[in-house]
Design a protein around this ligand. Structure first.
Ligand SMILES: *Cc1c(COP(=O)(O)O)cnc(C)c1O
Length: 654
């Protein structure tokens, strides 16, 4: 392993600087740091136990996995479950709150069995339950649920099959709550309860007037597609009484959208929902639960602000505010406090998962060195650009920039009109880029620089080509501008000198990352290390465990990536072991999703090869080897594989 490279003085760079630049301390919640050799470390429990992330990558590669790779750090998942529960319990103790916390995990945020099992296991001392929002999720929840104290909350639109299955869960003694999202569901539930003779447990989702805030704000407010308005709540209450089901209604639910950046929104929503709770108590319903939904944020950029990729509160503040506000409203109304449910998905699962990709190429404007032709042979426009580069006229930076822009436009026009040959256009472009490179404001300079020059690093940024698909692995980045922290897994003790943006390997210009987290602002490029032909350069994209896992699409037919599940283990050499690994989609798999059958395609190709062989276009031996290659590729990865991998495989085969 490389590592301790001797560094020139001007390149001096400390781990502390790397931690600051990549924001590890800000977004990492104490789970990430750098070791003395510049490798990124994970601290799954936030204590002394550490895993070097590159060791996981290496072991996964040894096991035959390919990049891109999803790493799940199972102990980090457990840590988050425990922390949420402990902090709620702590807040309840501090407030002398006379009821308990009974959280549930919303399955839609990450349905993967290993994730759901780990959360259930870590949550079992707290009777942690499940929330489901569709029939498939209900089927997962019913089968997995085993603790009679753990709640099972059903949200989302429900048809008769959904309701019937939930009632069957009741019959099995499970605390399954049907949360009414639409008034029409009330009559359906009443009807099916009569038919089956099962008493349901019910909740009402309230359409709060407190509007959400952040990207997913439209989940709430009067125009949201979910929940009951106050007249509908009254209507539902009357219908239930009339049907003799007064005892069934016990829960009030709200959900104001995911990633709520501002704690004030959460406080207001909690107060409003608690008011509904108290009023329903006074109407004679045996109310006993308030469900505050999801929305608990993740501080993706570490700025602790109400910016949409951040949150202006801590987990501790959240739990205390929820408990305090419910208590104070209930106390005022003279109503006993309810058990508190939260459905925090993102905050539990986002941190445990890391996407690792390898930089496989670069697209650079800056590596071109302009040719220096003899002055007598230069075209005037080239001569002018050369003078701007040499700064022969001693102009200021902005003036040089404007002059260079004028000249490059002139050169482009001349080329388009046929007056400038390609070799001169190449010189003009190279000179222009060299000028821009010089004009990029120095990071060390504190002097003010005009906007046009401030934009230069972004214009001049190199493109690092990374082996992954934004549409598969980071769909929220593309679809909703969600920012994720990104950092190299190695060489963090070395000063990063290249301003870069990341592009993926899809044939889609949107397949890129050109916005990066920063404590102060959004960055439009990220500083990375120059590529080194000898050592692979791995990048980690962090906090990707929520939603991204399942929402990725098959754009360009890249599919699910390989995945390993990592557990801490004191006895093991590197402090961890890989328990499960999941193969990503093969080319054959993704073709299957679009109705192509691998065998059929192979047969179609074989027919053509036979024909070509008969016609003496190719030799029989060549034909067989083309077919072999084709069938091998069908079984292989959709992502880029290294030529070294392929020849190694061939060698093993022969
Ligand atoms: C999506 C969803 C959640 C999870 O929200 P997070 O912000 O990820 O915690 C919880 N409850 C309901 C009803 C949801 O739709």
């Amino acid at each position: 392993m490389s590592g301790n490279k001797s560094l020139a003085k001007s390149d001096a760079w400390s781990n502390a600087e790397a931690e600051r630049y990549y924001g590890l301390k800000q977004w990492g919640g104490g789970h990430f740091s750098i070791d003395e050799n510049g490798y990124l470390l994970a601290h799954p429990r936030g204590d002394g136990s550490v895993i070097r992330i590159q060791d996981i990558v290496n072991e996964a590669l040894e096991k035959g996995h390919k990049l891109p790779l999803t790493i799940r750090i199972q102990d980090l998942l457990r840590t988050r479950v425990v922390r949420l529960n402990e902090l709620f319990n702590q807040a309840i103790n501090e407030e002398n709150y006379a009821a308990r916390y009974r959280g549930v995990f919303p399955i839609k945020v990450n349905q993967l069995r290993e994730v759901v099992e780990e959360i259930q296991d870590a949550g079992s001392p707290y009777n942690f339950g499940f929330e489901c929002g569709s029939k498939p999720e209900l089927l997962i929840a019913l089968a997995m649920h085993k603790d009679p104290q753990a709640l099972l909350i059903c949200n989302g639109y429900k048809d008769d099959d959904f309701i019937r299955m939930a009632l069957s869960g009741r019959r099995m003694g499970k605390p399954v709550f049907l949360v009414v999202e639409q008034l029409s569901e009330v009559s359906r539930i009443i009807q099916l309860s009569k038919e089956t003779g099962v008493q349901p447990l019910m909740g009402l989702r309230i359409k709060l007037t407190t509007a959400g805030e952040g990207k997913w704000a439209s989940s709430s407010g009067e125009n949201a597609k979910f929940g009951l308005t106050s007249p509908e709540v009254m209507d539902a209450a009357r219908r239930l009484k009339r049907a003799g089901l007064t005892d069934c209604l016990q829960l009030i639910h709200f959900h104001i959208g995911s990633q709520v950046p501002n704690i004030q929104t959460i406080k207001k929503a909690t107060i409003e929902a608690t008011r509904f709770y108290c009023e329903l108590c006074n109407l004679g319903f045996p109310m006993s639960l308030i469900d505050v939904g999801g929305g608990l944020g993740v501080d993706y950029d570490g700025s602790r602000s109400n910016f949409e990729s951040s949150m202006n509160y801590t987990l501790r503040e959240y739990t205390r505010d929820v408990v305090y506000n419910i208590k104070s409203i209930c106390t005022e109304a003279g109503v006993a406090v309810p058990d508190i449910i939260s459905e925090s998905g993102r905050a539990i699962v986002a941190p445990h998962s890391i996407l690792v990709t390898e930089v496989c190429d670069r697209i650079s404007k800056t590596s071109v060195v302009p040719r220096v032709a003899k002055p007598t042979k230069r075209k005037p426009v080239i001569q002018d650009l050369q003078e701007i580069l040499d700064n022969s006229h001693q102009s200021g930076p902005l003036e040089r920039y404007h002059d260079a822009q004028q000249k490059i436009e002139e050169a482009n026009n001349l080329f388009n009109l046929g007056y400038l040959p390609l070799k001169d256009k190449a010189d003009a472009d190279a000179l222009y880029w060299a000028i821009c490179r010089e004009l990029v404001p120095k990071e060390t300079s504190s002097a003010y620089s005009p906007d046009e020059l401030e934009a230069l690093p972004q214009v001049m940024a190199e493109q690092y080509v990374c082996n992954f698909s934004v549409f598969q692995s980071l769909i929220d980045h593309w679809a909703c501008d969600q920012l994720f922290p990104i950092a190299p897994l190695q060489r963090l003790n070395e000063k990063p000198t290249v301003e870069a943006v990341l592009v993926d390997i899809t044939c889609d210009s949107e397949g890129k990352i050109s916005k990066f987290t920063d404590v102060e602002d959004v960055r439009h490029s990220i500083r990375l290390h120059p590529m080194d032909a000898k050592e692979p350069y791995y990048l980690g994209v962090f906090l990707v465990g929520a939603y991204q896992d399942i929402m990725g699409d098959l754009h360009n037919l890249f599919g699910r990536v390989d995945e390993v599940h990592v557990f801490l283990e004191d006895g093991e050499e590197d402090g961890f072991y890989i328990e499960d690994s999941i193969q990503g989609f093969s080319i054959k798999d993704v073709l299957g999703f679009t109705q192509y059958d691998g065998h059929l395609l192979t047969r179609m190709l074989k027919k053509q090869i036979d024909r070509a062989t008969k016609a003496n276009q190719i030799k029989p031996r060549e034909g067989t080897s083309i077919l072999d290659e084709y069938t091998q590729l069908l079984e292989g990865s959709t992502y880029l594989t290294k030529s070294s991998d392929r020849s190694a495989k061939k060698r093993r085969k022969t």
